[in-house]
Design a protein around this ligand. Structure first.
Ligand code: NDP
Length: 330
């Protein structure tokens, strides 16, 4: 089976020297194990952080280790009571064509509800991130004015549609006219193209009374622009900061943080894993929205299989995905 392992820790943007493509023999299955034939691999901005040898919420991927990744696949051999041959599953199988699992962290998926890539996107970790980030951390209220950055991505596009379904006014920020057009099509009230427009000025126009919830996926200047436009009692949800992930030096801090004082606002970070025991609730809510047509789940499916992993990951940092980015393995 072909796998991608970490060859060397990158400084800045990962490149070919970061990865090693290896072909290994599959081990014999032990009792309580099963073999998964992987069909789609999830590409996540967080992967960049897992390459750094620093203390974080998970240990870094070690040199020589198979690159950590969420994936979907089919059970093709089993010595596990809960997983039968032919079952469709999702789990952290890694960047590999086949994975041996003991079932830890593996869930069954229903391909009648949605195809496999959606189980890595709206019905997977990104969708749950949007749901809990907005509802719990953002304490979303009906009628709130909500701003979302990286709005056309996996997390952002779901977050925006959840807020819309709750009767909020939703403003998305994304790169390029194609993305902003798509955001308006899926119901965002306003979409700001940060690559071609002045975000600070456009936010003032789009949210004249100020922002109640800012769901931040990017950090940097866009976070500062949102801080400059708050409403009293605003909640700033720190979901991610993709504009910083490849930086080699620490960027300047948010220069407008005193807005938190002026507007009695809060800024809170979170990890989707904090809500593990409530995933069924989140999946139920998102599944219901998909079933009744209130949520459009979109994915960008890249080809090339396991060997294309390194190049595909960079698409996230170049904004070449709309919706969830996945790599098709077979
Ligand atoms: P996306 O599908 O949103 O893909 C990343 C997007 O980020 C790109 O499409 C691009 O869109 C945008 N982007 C890239 N570089 C920049 C930049 N320099 N400035 C502004 N935008 C940029 O990824 P995900 O939905 O998977 O993740 C979104 C965020 O959520 C990330 O920050 C991620 O780390 C975080 N996250 C956090 C979790 C948690 O538990 N806290 C869990 C999962 C994700 P564009 O074309 O618009 O620039």
């Amino acid at each position: 089976t072909q796998q991608i392992t970490l060859a060397q820790r990158p400084a800045g943007i990962p490149d070919d020297s970061t990865w090693s493509l290896e072909t290994v023999e599959l081990p014999e299955l032990g009792d309580g194990q099963f073999l998964v034939e992987v069909d789609h691999i999830s590409l996540d901005p967080a992967m960049r952080g897992w390459l750094n040898d620093v203390r974080s919420y998970v240990p870094p991927v070690q040199i020589g280790e198979v690159m950590r990744a969420g994936a979907t696949g089919t059970v093709v051999e089993s010595r596990h009571p809960d997983f039968a041959v032919g079952d469709h599953v999702t789990g952290t199988f890694g960047v590999t064509e086949y994975a041996v699992s003991d079932g830890a962290g593996v869930a069954h998926i229903n391909l009648d509800l949605a195809p496999a890539p959606t189980w890595l996107g709206a019905l997977g970790m990104p969708g749950l991130t949007a749901y809990f980030g907005l509802m719990d951390v953002g304490k979303l209220q009906d009628g709130d004015t909500v701003v979302i950055s990286a709005a056309a991505g996996a997390v952002g596009s779901v977050a925006g549609q959840i807020a819309k379904a709750r009767g909020c006014r939703v403003i998305g920020i994304a790169g390029g006219p194609e993305k902003t057009d798509w955001l308006r099509q899926i119901g965002f009230d306003e979409a700001i193209d940060y690559k071609n427009e002045n975000v600070l000025k456009r936010l003032r126009e789009a949210a004249p009374k100020g922002i109640d919830v800012y769901f931040d996926n990017v950090g940097g200047e866009i976070l500062d622009a949102a801080l400059a436009n708050l409403r009293r009692g605003a909640r700033i949800v720190i979901c991610g900061a993709i504009s910083q992930y490849n930086e080699e030096t620490l960027p300047p801090g948010p220069s407008r943080y005193m807005s938190l004082l002026v507007f009695r606002a809060t800024m809170q970070g979170f990890l989707v894993f904090d809500f593990l025991d409530r995933y069924p609730e989140g999946l139920e809510a998102i599944g219901e929205m998909i079933r009744n047509g209130r949520l459009i789940a979109r994915e960008t499916v890249a080809s090339g299989g396991v060997p294309a992993f390194g190049d595909t990951l960079l698409k996230l940092f170049r904004g070449e995905n709309t919706g969830k980015l996945v790599l098709k393995v077979r």
